[in-house]
Design a protein around this ligand. Structure first.
Ligand SMILES: [Zn+2]
Length: 560
């Protein structure tokens, strides 16, 4: 989907897509591609127990309940417990990688049972199913309630060894040419000097997007008005609000389901089909904090987003939908030490009543306390959660909160759930168990217990391309293609530039995290982003750039 189209462009494009199809898979495979569209919906940090709890609360089946086909093993290459970055990387690339890695290969240290990676695999970028879809001419989209540069969306948009390199992730996200991006994280589009800006490299990617013809929108009304073309919706400088707090704090932020419906509406105009990833980002944080109202509201918001995707897929008939989580968080349980000997008293009302009364997330309740004293806390709990706690309990929460520093609100659920509710938590971190897998439509996984990287392979084969071929096409080790002729200019540390001496005596410049090549005064757009792996000091460039530098293939040039 690239804005204005003419009949002539369509026929040119059809030919181009056929060529790409030949390059990415065999033409036969592409003809036989079972799905035209793929929608992957990830609820971060969630598992079967939270689903069951949300179902009781909703009083009806969850939208994805009928489509549970199996489970996913979530371990990563260096831990039995997944971090969101490698977990989403496995879903995006089909490669099991290390803690904190965003769609690059693992480092050498692995857990037993996971073979150590070869040298040329470590830290190497691996192509994502979003990049594969785009090369097939499909429209692409990303929706999240976190910053879109956060771990899960980041793994579909970028390649970096550290999930905290969010400036780099956002820069690659912009240069990926994704058609629809909706979520939070505006600060990573703007330079530090600007209001709300975070970028250390001084770039204004907000302006870049506008100059490329993107509609950049910042509220629900403007998002709903977008009727075509490419759109970047940035609804918060940081993350979007917890769903339970959103109507009071920022009613102009869209819901996850509204963003999902708009993304599908825009992407479905592409006659080649589309790939869309939607993340219900905040169930994970809610579970980290043992914050039930936050968890419940965001999980039900995700349920509605999946419903929107399934509604489209059922009508369309050529759309595969996968609904899955990346790992569990918090060790949530229906039942705790308070309830495990009185099953007959565990009615639906006893389970749900404390939560039905809660009007805010624990996160927001804590944040809204100007002074954190036992008295202010007791008053806020009485008002927001309709819960009367004792002085001793209030003091215990305040003391525990101090030990959690930045995550002080962790103390609320940890202290109060065992006393006033019948739900339990075992940790403020992630858990290593399997997570349920839901799938619908043509090309869906057969089921059973599958490996996390299988999710990417299922998506690629549903759309009819081969991830291995895609890797060779998008990420060539520049030093292998041009031995002795590659240098990385790091004089501006936030803006490394890969420089390659050409046979004609010129220097080709490829700025890292961007999608173009400069040769003399000419600028050539590239079909993928340039990735510089700091840890191995290797640079990866599209095969297209190699061809251009070797002069084996000309391309239309654009002026800078
Ligand atoms: Zn996660």
């Amino acid at each position: 989907m690239r804005g204005r189209k003419t009949a002539a462009m369509f026929s040119f494009r059809a030919a181009l897509v056929l060529c790409l199809a030949v390059a990415l898979g065999s033409p036969g495979q592409v003809q036989a591609a079972p799905a035209k569209n793929v929608i992957v919906l990830i609820v971060d940090g969630c598992s079967a127990e939270q689903y069951a709890f949300a179902r009781w609360y909703k009083g009806a089946p969850l939208s994805f309940d009928p489509y549970r086909v199996g489970a996913v093993k979530t371990f990563i290459s260096d831990s039995v417990i997944a971090d969101s970055a490698p977990a989403a990387s496995a879903f995006a690339t089909g490669v099991r990688t290390s803690d904190k890695h965003i769609s690059v290969g693992p480092h050498k240290k692995t857990i037993s049972g996971v073979p150590a990676p070869a040298d040329d695999v470590q830290y190497r970028p691996f192509a994502t199913v979003l990049e594969g879809a785009r090369l097939l001419g499909k429209a692409t989209g990303i929706v999240a309630t976190s910053r879109v540069s956060h771990a899960t969306p980041g793994a579909y948009l970028a390649h970096t060894a550290s999930r905290s390199s969010e400036d780099d992730i956002m820069e690659q996200a912009v240069h990926q040419g994704v058609d629809v991006v909706l979520g939070g994280g505006r600060r990573h589009l703007l330079p530090r000097e600007s209001k709300g800006g975070a970028r250390a490299d001084g770039e204004n990617l907000y302006q870049t997007l506008q100059s490329w013809g993107y509609a950049v929108v910042e509220n629900r009304q403007d998002m709903l008005k977008v009727s075509g073309g490419r759109v970047f919706g940035m609804f918060a400088d940081d993350h979007m609000d917890p769903e339970i707090d959103r109507p009071a704090l920022h009613p102009d932020q869209p819901t996850l389901a509204e963003m999902t419906r708009k993304a599908i509406e825009l992407l479905a105009r592409d006659r080649d089909g589309f790939f869309l990833m939607v993340e219900g980002s905040q169930v994970d944080w809610a579970c980290h904090a043992n914050d039930v109202p936050h968890m419940l509201s965001d999980l039900l918001a995700y349920d509605q987003a999946v419903e929107a995707a399934l509604e489209f897929a059922k009508k369309d008939g050529r759309t595969m939908v996968i609904a899955v989580s990346d790992h569990n968080t918090g060790g949530f349980s229906i039942g705790n030490h308070n309830s495990n000997k009185i099953y007959s008293q565990m009615t639906v009302e006893n389970l749900l009543d404390p939560f039905r009364r809660m009007k805010t997330s624990g996160y927001q309740l804590w944040k809204s306390l100007a002074e954190k004293t036992p008295d202010t806390l007791k008053a806020a709990l009485r008002e927001d959660w309709v819960m009367d706690i004792t002085d001793a309990e209030a003091q215990k929460i305040i003391a525990l909160a101090a030990s959690y520093k930045n995550n002080a609100y962790n103390a609320l659920g940890e202290v109060l759930c065992p006393i006033y509710t019948h739900v339990g938590w075992t940790t403020h971190g992630h858990c290593g168990g399997d997570v349920p897998l839901h799938a619908f439509g043509p090309g869906k996984p057969a089921g059973g217990v599958v490996d996390a990287p299988d999710i990417a392979r299922v998506c690629a084969s549903a759309m009819g391309f081969d991830l291995q071929k895609l890797n060779r096409r998008l990420f060539v080790d520049a030093a292998q293609a041009f031995p002795g002729r590659v240098a990385v200019d790091r004089s501006q540390p936030a803006n490394p530039v890969v420089k390659i001496a050409t046979a004609a005596g010129l220097t080709a410049e490829l700025p890292a995290n961007k999608n173009f090549l400069k040769l003399g005064e000419k600028v050539y757009p590239l079909e993928g982003v340039v990735v510089y792996a700091k840890d191995t000091e290797r640079a990866y460039i599209p095969q297209q750039a190699v061809n251009l530098i070797q002069g084996t293939r000309g391309l239309p040039r654009i002026t800078p």
